[in-house]
Write a protein that binds this ligand. Structure first.
Ligand code: UTP
Length: 300
Protein backbone atom coordinates (compact mmCIF):
# COMPACT_ATOMS: atom_id res chain seq x y z
CA UNK A 1 0.00 0.00 0.00
CA UNK A 2 1.25 3.52 -0.77
CA UNK A 3 2.04 6.20 1.72
CA UNK A 4 1.55 9.85 0.87
CA UNK A 5 5.31 10.22 0.38
CA UNK A 6 5.79 7.34 -2.05
CA UNK A 7 6.32 7.73 -5.79
CA UNK A 8 3.27 8.38 -8.00
CA UNK A 9 0.83 5.51 -7.88
CA UNK A 10 -0.52 4.46 -11.21
CA UNK A 11 -2.97 1.58 -11.57
CA UNK A 12 -2.80 -1.36 -13.89
CA UNK A 13 -6.27 -2.73 -13.47
CA UNK A 14 -9.66 -1.20 -14.15
CA UNK A 15 -12.89 -2.82 -12.97
CA UNK A 16 -16.10 -2.22 -14.91
CA UNK A 17 -19.20 -3.45 -13.06
CA UNK A 18 -21.70 -4.56 -15.71
CA UNK A 19 -23.83 -7.16 -13.97
CA UNK A 20 -26.83 -4.98 -13.07
CA UNK A 21 -30.35 -5.73 -14.24
CA UNK A 22 -30.72 -2.54 -16.30
CA UNK A 23 -34.40 -2.27 -15.34
CA UNK A 24 -34.68 1.30 -16.62
CA UNK A 25 -34.08 -0.05 -20.13
CA UNK A 26 -36.71 -2.77 -20.01
CA UNK A 27 -38.00 -4.34 -22.18
CA UNK A 28 -34.79 -4.15 -24.28
CA UNK A 29 -32.63 -5.46 -21.45
CA UNK A 30 -34.64 -8.70 -21.37
CA UNK A 31 -32.28 -9.76 -24.15
CA UNK A 32 -29.59 -7.09 -24.71
CA UNK A 33 -27.22 -5.87 -21.96
CA UNK A 34 -27.51 -2.10 -21.64
CA UNK A 35 -23.70 -1.83 -21.74
CA UNK A 36 -23.86 -2.94 -25.40
CA UNK A 37 -26.40 -0.36 -26.55
CA UNK A 38 -24.71 1.77 -29.22
CA UNK A 39 -23.87 5.44 -28.77
CA UNK A 40 -24.01 6.08 -32.54
CA UNK A 41 -22.24 2.81 -33.44
CA UNK A 42 -20.06 2.07 -30.42
CA UNK A 43 -21.27 0.47 -27.18
CA UNK A 44 -20.89 2.46 -23.98
CA UNK A 45 -18.59 -0.23 -22.59
CA UNK A 46 -16.05 0.36 -25.38
CA UNK A 47 -16.10 4.09 -24.61
CA UNK A 48 -15.19 3.49 -20.96
CA UNK A 49 -12.64 0.79 -21.91
CA UNK A 50 -10.99 3.41 -24.13
CA UNK A 51 -10.91 5.85 -21.23
CA UNK A 52 -9.33 3.21 -18.94
CA UNK A 53 -6.71 2.27 -21.56
CA UNK A 54 -5.83 5.93 -22.18
CA UNK A 55 -5.27 6.35 -18.43
CA UNK A 56 -2.75 3.50 -18.51
CA UNK A 57 -4.82 0.49 -17.44
CA UNK A 58 -3.55 -2.77 -18.90
CA UNK A 59 -6.35 -5.05 -17.73
CA UNK A 60 -10.08 -4.57 -17.75
CA UNK A 61 -12.02 -6.79 -15.37
CA UNK A 62 -15.63 -6.78 -16.52
CA UNK A 63 -17.95 -7.93 -13.75
CA UNK A 64 -20.89 -9.53 -15.43
CA UNK A 65 -23.69 -11.99 -14.75
CA UNK A 66 -24.03 -15.47 -16.26
CA UNK A 67 -26.68 -14.26 -18.74
CA UNK A 68 -24.73 -11.15 -19.80
CA UNK A 69 -21.60 -12.84 -21.18
CA UNK A 70 -22.08 -10.96 -24.46
CA UNK A 71 -20.51 -7.98 -22.68
CA UNK A 72 -17.11 -9.69 -22.43
CA UNK A 73 -17.53 -11.51 -25.75
CA UNK A 74 -17.61 -8.06 -27.31
CA UNK A 75 -13.88 -7.76 -26.51
CA UNK A 76 -12.97 -11.10 -28.15
CA UNK A 77 -11.44 -11.06 -31.66
CA UNK A 78 -13.76 -12.28 -34.46
CA UNK A 79 -11.36 -13.81 -37.04
CA UNK A 80 -14.10 -14.96 -39.46
CA UNK A 81 -15.83 -11.60 -39.53
CA UNK A 82 -12.47 -9.87 -39.91
CA UNK A 83 -11.58 -12.11 -42.87
CA UNK A 84 -14.92 -11.41 -44.55
CA UNK A 85 -14.46 -7.66 -44.16
CA UNK A 86 -10.89 -7.95 -45.47
CA UNK A 87 -12.05 -9.96 -48.50
CA UNK A 88 -14.67 -7.30 -49.25
CA UNK A 89 -12.18 -4.45 -48.90
CA UNK A 90 -14.07 -2.89 -45.96
CA UNK A 91 -11.02 -1.38 -44.29
CA UNK A 92 -12.87 1.18 -42.13
CA UNK A 93 -15.25 -1.46 -40.75
CA UNK A 94 -12.34 -3.86 -40.15
CA UNK A 95 -10.64 -1.17 -38.10
CA UNK A 96 -13.80 -0.69 -36.01
CA UNK A 97 -14.21 -4.43 -35.42
CA UNK A 98 -10.61 -4.79 -34.26
CA UNK A 99 -10.61 -1.68 -32.09
CA UNK A 100 -12.29 -3.14 -28.96
CA UNK A 101 -10.16 -6.30 -28.62
CA UNK A 102 -6.96 -4.32 -29.31
CA UNK A 103 -7.66 -1.70 -26.64
CA UNK A 104 -6.97 -3.61 -23.48
CA UNK A 105 -6.84 -7.19 -22.14
CA UNK A 106 -10.42 -7.80 -21.01
CA UNK A 107 -11.40 -10.60 -18.65
CA UNK A 108 -14.52 -11.61 -16.78
CA UNK A 109 -15.46 -11.82 -13.12
CA UNK A 110 -18.89 -13.27 -12.43
CA UNK A 111 -21.51 -11.79 -10.15
CA UNK A 112 -24.13 -14.52 -9.91
CA UNK A 113 -26.83 -12.19 -8.56
CA UNK A 114 -27.17 -8.42 -8.70
CA UNK A 115 -26.44 -7.74 -5.02
CA UNK A 116 -25.27 -4.17 -5.49
CA UNK A 117 -22.36 -2.17 -6.84
CA UNK A 118 -20.18 -2.87 -3.79
CA UNK A 119 -20.79 -6.59 -4.13
CA UNK A 120 -19.99 -6.40 -7.88
CA UNK A 121 -16.64 -4.72 -7.20
CA UNK A 122 -15.88 -7.35 -4.53
CA UNK A 123 -16.45 -10.09 -7.14
CA UNK A 124 -13.36 -8.82 -9.03
CA UNK A 125 -10.99 -9.36 -6.08
CA UNK A 126 -9.94 -12.93 -7.09
CA UNK A 127 -8.74 -11.53 -10.44
CA UNK A 128 -6.28 -9.11 -8.80
CA UNK A 129 -2.55 -9.69 -8.47
CA UNK A 130 -0.16 -8.64 -5.69
CA UNK A 131 0.84 -5.67 -7.86
CA UNK A 132 -2.65 -4.17 -7.68
CA UNK A 133 -2.32 -1.86 -4.69
CA UNK A 134 -5.07 0.29 -6.17
CA UNK A 135 -7.75 -0.29 -8.80
CA UNK A 136 -9.78 2.06 -10.95
CA UNK A 137 -13.53 1.46 -11.09
CA UNK A 138 -15.47 2.90 -14.02
CA UNK A 139 -19.24 2.70 -14.25
CA UNK A 140 -20.05 1.96 -17.88
CA UNK A 141 -23.28 3.94 -17.83
CA UNK A 142 -21.48 7.14 -16.86
CA UNK A 143 -19.52 8.97 -19.58
CA UNK A 144 -17.12 11.53 -18.13
CA UNK A 145 -15.84 13.92 -20.78
CA UNK A 146 -13.28 14.79 -21.90
CA UNK A 147 -11.15 11.82 -20.82
CA UNK A 148 -8.31 12.40 -18.38
CA UNK A 149 -9.89 12.56 -14.94
CA UNK A 150 -8.44 9.15 -13.95
CA UNK A 151 -4.92 10.43 -14.58
CA UNK A 152 -5.64 13.44 -12.37
CA UNK A 153 -7.07 11.10 -9.72
CA UNK A 154 -3.85 9.02 -9.82
CA UNK A 155 -1.82 12.21 -9.22
CA UNK A 156 -4.00 13.00 -6.20
CA UNK A 157 -3.51 9.49 -4.80
CA UNK A 158 0.24 9.87 -5.31
CA UNK A 159 0.14 13.04 -3.21
CA UNK A 160 -2.31 12.11 -0.45
CA UNK A 161 -2.45 8.30 -0.52
CA UNK A 162 -5.71 6.47 0.08
CA UNK A 163 -8.61 6.57 -2.35
CA UNK A 164 -9.77 9.22 -4.79
CA UNK A 165 -13.26 9.72 -6.18
CA UNK A 166 -14.63 12.01 -8.87
CA UNK A 167 -17.18 14.80 -8.43
CA UNK A 168 -19.11 17.27 -10.54
CA UNK A 169 -20.19 20.65 -9.29
CA UNK A 170 -23.93 20.75 -10.01
CA UNK A 171 -26.49 23.54 -9.44
CA UNK A 172 -27.88 23.32 -5.90
CA UNK A 173 -31.48 22.99 -7.14
CA UNK A 174 -30.52 19.75 -8.96
CA UNK A 175 -28.48 18.24 -6.13
CA UNK A 176 -31.19 15.94 -4.73
CA UNK A 177 -30.74 13.57 -7.68
CA UNK A 178 -27.21 12.65 -6.55
CA UNK A 179 -24.93 11.24 -3.89
CA UNK A 180 -23.31 14.38 -2.44
CA UNK A 181 -19.89 14.78 -0.80
CA UNK A 182 -19.27 16.43 2.55
CA UNK A 183 -15.81 17.96 2.06
CA UNK A 184 -13.10 20.24 3.37
CA UNK A 185 -10.77 22.31 1.21
CA UNK A 186 -7.19 21.51 0.26
CA UNK A 187 -4.71 23.97 -1.21
CA UNK A 188 -5.92 22.92 -4.68
CA UNK A 189 -9.32 24.32 -5.66
CA UNK A 190 -10.23 21.17 -7.60
CA UNK A 191 -9.26 18.69 -4.88
CA UNK A 192 -11.25 18.29 -1.66
CA UNK A 193 -10.87 15.98 1.31
CA UNK A 194 -13.99 13.88 1.89
CA UNK A 195 -15.55 13.69 5.36
CA UNK A 196 -18.62 11.77 4.29
CA UNK A 197 -21.39 11.35 1.76
CA UNK A 198 -25.13 11.99 1.82
CA UNK A 199 -27.48 10.23 -0.62
CA UNK A 200 -29.97 12.47 -2.43
CA UNK A 201 -30.23 15.30 0.12
CA UNK A 202 -32.78 18.14 -0.06
CA UNK A 203 -31.08 21.20 -1.64
CA UNK A 204 -31.01 23.16 1.63
CA UNK A 205 -29.56 20.19 3.51
CA UNK A 206 -26.85 19.24 1.00
CA UNK A 207 -23.37 19.53 2.58
CA UNK A 208 -21.95 20.76 -0.77
CA UNK A 209 -22.87 20.94 -4.46
CA UNK A 210 -20.35 18.23 -5.33
CA UNK A 211 -22.12 15.21 -6.79
CA UNK A 212 -20.51 11.78 -7.16
CA UNK A 213 -19.62 10.55 -10.65
CA UNK A 214 -18.92 6.96 -11.68
CA UNK A 215 -15.11 7.02 -11.44
CA UNK A 216 -13.18 5.68 -8.46
CA UNK A 217 -9.52 5.07 -7.74
CA UNK A 218 -9.69 2.76 -4.79
CA UNK A 219 -6.95 1.61 -2.48
CA UNK A 220 -6.94 -2.16 -2.16
CA UNK A 221 -8.13 -1.71 1.42
CA UNK A 222 -11.63 -1.28 -0.04
CA UNK A 223 -11.93 -5.05 -0.59
CA UNK A 224 -11.47 -5.69 3.12
CA UNK A 225 -13.99 -2.93 3.91
CA UNK A 226 -16.50 -4.51 1.50
CA UNK A 227 -16.39 -7.68 3.62
CA UNK A 228 -17.16 -5.72 6.78
CA UNK A 229 -20.18 -3.67 5.71
CA UNK A 230 -23.78 -4.72 6.13
CA UNK A 231 -26.17 -4.99 3.17
CA UNK A 232 -28.56 -2.05 2.85
CA UNK A 233 -31.95 -1.83 1.12
CA UNK A 234 -32.76 -4.83 -1.09
CA UNK A 235 -29.86 -6.78 0.40
CA UNK A 236 -27.44 -4.71 -1.72
CA UNK A 237 -23.86 -3.98 -0.69
CA UNK A 238 -23.11 -0.33 -1.46
CA UNK A 239 -19.65 0.77 -2.56
CA UNK A 240 -20.17 4.11 -0.83
CA UNK A 241 -20.74 2.31 2.51
CA UNK A 242 -17.31 0.66 2.16
CA UNK A 243 -15.74 4.05 1.37
CA UNK A 244 -17.56 5.57 4.39
CA UNK A 245 -16.17 2.80 6.61
CA UNK A 246 -12.64 3.54 5.38
CA UNK A 247 -13.11 7.26 6.09
CA UNK A 248 -14.31 6.47 9.63
CA UNK A 249 -11.09 4.49 10.14
CA UNK A 250 -8.89 7.43 9.08
CA UNK A 251 -8.19 6.31 5.50
CA UNK A 252 -7.65 9.40 3.32
CA UNK A 253 -10.35 9.92 0.70
CA UNK A 254 -10.30 12.87 -1.70
CA UNK A 255 -12.36 13.97 -4.67
CA UNK A 256 -11.21 15.53 -7.88
CA UNK A 257 -13.78 18.06 -9.10
CA UNK A 258 -14.04 17.42 -12.82
CA UNK A 259 -14.88 20.56 -14.80
CA UNK A 260 -16.17 18.86 -17.90
CA UNK A 261 -19.18 17.17 -19.38
CA UNK A 262 -21.03 14.04 -18.46
CA UNK A 263 -23.65 11.73 -19.91
CA UNK A 264 -25.76 9.29 -17.93
CA UNK A 265 -26.27 6.26 -20.18
CA UNK A 266 -28.22 4.44 -17.47
CA UNK A 267 -31.67 5.63 -18.52
CA UNK A 268 -33.27 6.19 -21.93
CA UNK A 269 -33.45 10.00 -21.55
CA UNK A 270 -29.76 10.39 -20.71
CA UNK A 271 -28.79 7.81 -23.31
CA UNK A 272 -30.61 9.72 -26.05
CA UNK A 273 -28.83 12.96 -25.14
CA UNK A 274 -25.48 11.16 -25.37
CA UNK A 275 -26.38 9.58 -28.70
CA UNK A 276 -27.47 12.93 -30.17
CA UNK A 277 -24.40 14.70 -28.75
CA UNK A 278 -22.02 12.13 -30.25
CA UNK A 279 -23.94 11.91 -33.53
CA UNK A 280 -23.82 15.69 -34.02
CA UNK A 281 -20.00 15.44 -33.88
CA UNK A 282 -19.92 12.53 -36.31
CA UNK A 283 -18.70 13.51 -39.81
CA UNK A 284 -20.97 10.93 -41.46
CA UNK A 285 -24.21 11.47 -39.55
CA UNK A 286 -23.75 14.90 -37.92
CA UNK A 287 -24.67 17.38 -40.70
CA UNK A 288 -27.87 15.61 -41.72
CA UNK A 289 -28.96 15.05 -38.11
CA UNK A 290 -28.38 18.73 -37.32
CA UNK A 291 -30.59 19.84 -40.24
CA UNK A 292 -33.28 17.35 -39.34
CA UNK A 293 -33.27 18.37 -35.64
CA UNK A 294 -33.63 22.06 -36.52
CA UNK A 295 -36.50 21.28 -38.87
CA UNK A 296 -38.14 18.87 -36.40
CA UNK A 297 -37.93 21.29 -33.47
CA UNK A 298 -39.40 24.11 -35.53
CA UNK A 299 -42.46 21.91 -36.08
CA UNK A 300 -43.06 20.95 -32.45
P1 UTP B 1 -27.05 0.97 -11.93
O1 UTP B 1 -27.93 0.95 -10.77
O2 UTP B 1 -26.93 2.22 -12.73
O3 UTP B 1 -27.44 -0.16 -12.98
O4 UTP B 1 -25.62 0.47 -11.51
P2 UTP B 1 -28.57 -1.24 -12.98
O5 UTP B 1 -28.87 -1.73 -11.62
O6 UTP B 1 -28.17 -2.25 -14.01
O7 UTP B 1 -29.76 -0.39 -13.62
P3 UTP B 1 -31.28 -0.18 -13.18
O8 UTP B 1 -31.21 0.74 -11.97
O9 UTP B 1 -31.87 -1.53 -12.87
O10 UTP B 1 -31.89 0.46 -14.37
C1 UTP B 1 -24.41 1.09 -11.93
C2 UTP B 1 -23.48 0.05 -12.58
O11 UTP B 1 -23.22 -1.00 -11.66
C3 UTP B 1 -23.51 -2.26 -12.21
C4 UTP B 1 -24.51 -1.97 -13.34
O12 UTP B 1 -24.38 -2.98 -14.36
C5 UTP B 1 -24.11 -0.60 -13.81
O13 UTP B 1 -23.12 -0.67 -14.83
N1 UTP B 1 -24.06 -3.14 -11.17
C6 UTP B 1 -25.07 -2.72 -10.38
C7 UTP B 1 -23.53 -4.41 -11.04
O14 UTP B 1 -22.59 -4.81 -11.76
N2 UTP B 1 -24.08 -5.24 -10.10
C8 UTP B 1 -25.08 -4.87 -9.29
O15 UTP B 1 -25.52 -5.69 -8.44
C9 UTP B 1 -25.60 -3.57 -9.43
Amino acid sequence: MSSPTSTPTAFRTAIVPAAGLGTRFLPTTKAVPKELLPVVDTPGIELVATEAAEAGAQRLIIVTSPDKRAVTEYFQPQPELEQTLKDRGKAALLEKVRRGPALIAAETALQERALGLGHAVGCAEPNLTDADDAVAVLLPDDLVLPHGVLTRMAEVRARYGGSVLCAFDVPREQISAYGVFDVTDTDDDDVKRVRGMVEKPAPDEAPSTLAAAGRYLLDRAVFDALKRIEPGAGGELQLTDAVALLISEGHPVHVVVHRGGRHDLGNPGGFLKAAVDFALEDPEYGPELRNWLVERISRS
